[in-house]
Design a protein around this ligand. Structure first.
Ligand SMILES: *[C@@H]1O[C@H](CO)[C@@H](O)[C@H](O)[C@H]1NC(C)=O
Ligand SMILES: *[C@@H]1O[C@H](CO)[C@@H](O)[C@H](O)[C@H]1NC(C)=O
Ligand SMILES: *[C@@H]1O[C@H](CO)[C@@H](O)[C@H](O)[C@H]1NC(C)=O
Length: 531
């Protein structure tokens, strides 16, 4: 037995140099293109380092490296690209606003579609032959997106996968992520993902934050996790372990955030910040008509883009006019990513609408001075990396929080969409174009870049570390295995209160007894006197 153990641990030690040629499986069942853009560089780099990488996703890569196998989910669900209609942001609910509940309502509604998407994809995945074929093979580690679904965890279990799981996040932790590795998400100072405030909250914000922290955990449990469990069990006709327990076997979470942009939260070894790991620092060719437009601007260029999910052309005509008139009062030229424009851009005065922009290349161009964006984390990450100040016009999800953080760290200013007017936009752009703000953005950028290792190298290191040691290297905190009562010390608080009550009762009894004795002795003395 001992000999066997020695051989075993020797093998484990030898594995140190032997994270080589591991078999890596990546499972990405979400339909948002921007999400996959974060994971691709890590997966590609792992293959280039000699691992055998199999990736299941909606977005197969072009020219995959050697030993990289793509399994496409294309066709099983609609893709998330330019799907958000801006018309729905026109009429905020006046009553909700009066009651101060508009922000809560937005957050509750923002998450609703995620459940439907997750269940739709899950119900297709259970019987998708290419996935079944992939899951029948053996792997050394599984990388899975930690977003709106745990379906893949259930399916991996069905096919007998007993290897460490790494969860990848394109953003900060989801509300239901923290418990699976036991990281502190105390709502007194850790804002929920969709918050519109940062970590210093007043009483009302803490109330809202605490409610949402609990609500989203319960919401995920009942609207997604349990339903996915049911989908899987119904399809395979047998019970599987609770998806919540499978989720708790997550070895590591890699989140595409970094504290100097996304705020400080308590970390544990199993939660590693790799913000910016997706940035490709190689320069690509800027289309000549865009470069010419920039070259010919004497006062620099401002970039405007609402990202890949929002369909800019659904913006009401009056708002588009308003933005154009605000921007026409700048001496800078403006490049606006706008799907409905001509092949070589549509020019309106100093504004050029362009169907697609190589955003990060433009942001790093010396002529580009500032960026007006929607606060999607990828665009924000590109802006902070390039050191360009931003006006953030947030819409949904984590964008209001990102906007608030941009302001807090000195990267820019926020301007809520419903407060967007010609004057407010002009003022915001002029603020970020000021020498002070541009200097501040450069400083914030340097701080953000200042790390022990580059974020992609950090992600590779931790992935290979998990490949080397797996379950032997515990990265989670014991909080993972506590229930709600234990975790929040409610039992200890109850014991404490009980102890006080008991002490008070005892004290009272004693006092009564002492008084009685005292009275008795006095009356005894009185009686003596009488005799
Ligand atoms: C791909 O895998 C084969 C077989 O394991 C190996 O010999 C080869 O070196 C790998 N290629 C790269 C680029 O790592
Ligand atoms: C979780 O991982 C451990 C290895 O540490 C394994 O023994 C256990 O069976 C796993 N639990 C589930 C529910 O898969
Ligand atoms: C823009 O200017 C740079 C150098 O200032 C030059 O190399 C490039 O060719 C110019 N591009 C266009 C399309 O005019």
């Amino acid at each position: 037995m001992r000999a066997l153990l020695t051989v075993f641990s020797l093998a484990a030690v030898l594995k140190l140099d032997d994270a080589n040629a591991a078999r890596v499986l990546g499972l990405f069942p979400h339909t948002g293109k921007s999400h996959q853009m974060v994971f691709d560089p890590l997966l590609r780099t792992l293959a280039e380092r000699g691992h055998h990488v199999t990736v299941v996703s909606f977005f197969p890569v072009k020219n995959p490296p050697e030993n990289y196998t793509d399994v496409s989910l294309e066709g099983i669900a609609g893709l998330g690209l330019e799907v958000i209609d801006l018309a729905m942001y026109e009429n905020g609910n006046v009553l909700l606003k009066m009651l101060g509940l508009d922000n809560i309502a937005r957050q509750l509604l923002d998450f609703e579609p995620l459940a439907e998407m997750a269940l739709d994809v899950c119900s297709k995945l259970v019987s998708f032959p290419p996935l079944v074929e992939v899951l029948r093979k053996d792997y050394d580690v599984i990388l899975v997106e930690n977003f709106n679904s745990d379906c893949m965890l259930g399916l991996s279990h069905v096919y007998g996968k007993k290897v460490p799981v790494i969860g990848l996040l394109t953003s900060s932790l989801m509300q239901w992520s923290a418990d699976r590795i036991g990281v502190n998400d105390n709502p007194a100072f850790v804002p929920v993902l969709s918050a519109h405030y940062t970590s210093r909250m007043n009483f009302y914000e803490r109330l809202e934050n605490t409610f949402l922290n609990v609500y989203f955990k319960v919401w995920f449990r009942y609207n997604i996790q349990l339903k996915e469990q049911e989908i899987i069990e119904r399809h395979f006709g047998r019970r599987i372990p609770d998806l919540r327990d499978l989720a708790k076997n997550t070895t590591l979470l890699l989140a595409n955030v970094f504290h100097s942009l996304n705020g400080v939260r308590p970390l544990i070894p199993g939660l590693v910040e790799v913000g910016g790991m997706h940035l490709n620092h190689k320069r690509s060719v800027i289309p000549p008509y865009i470069e010419r437009f920039m070259n010919e601007s004497d006062h620099g260029v401002v970039l405007l883009s609402f990202g890949s999910l929002i369909k800019t052309s659904t913006m009401p005509e009056y708002k588009e006019r308003m933005i154009i008139s605000a921007l026409s009062r700048l001496k800078q030229r403006v490049i606006w990513k706008f799907e409905e424009s001509e092949e070589e851009g549509t020019l309106e005065g100093n504004v050029m609408k362009v169907r697609w922009i190589p955003q990060y290349d433009l942001l790093r161009h010396k002529k580009v001075l500032a960026f007006i964006g929607h606060g999607g984390l990828l665009g924000m990450t590109e802006a902070i990396s390039a050191g360009k100040p931003m006006v953030v016009v947030p819409f949904f999800g984590d964008q209001p929080y990102n906007a608030a953080m941009a302001e807090e760290v000195g990267l820019g200013v926020q301007l809520p969409y419903e407060q967007l007017t010609e004057e407010s936009l002009l003022k915001a752009v002029q603020t970020v174009l000021s020498a002070e703000m541009r200097l501040s953005a450069r400083r914030v950028s340097k701080i953000w870049h200042d790390r022990e290792t580059k974020p992609l190298d950090t992600a590779v290191y931790w992935t290979e570390r998990v490949i080397r040691w797996g379950y032997h290297d515990k990265l989670y905190s014991a909080a993972r295995d506590l229930n709600f009562i234990e975790h929040n010390l409610l039992d200890v608080a109850a014991a404490f209160v009980l102890a006080i009550i008991v002490l008070v009762l005892i004290a009272k009894l004693l006092l009564t007894a002492v008084l009685k004795i005292f009275k008795a002795s006095i009356s005894g003395k009185d009686k003596e006197k009488l005799h």
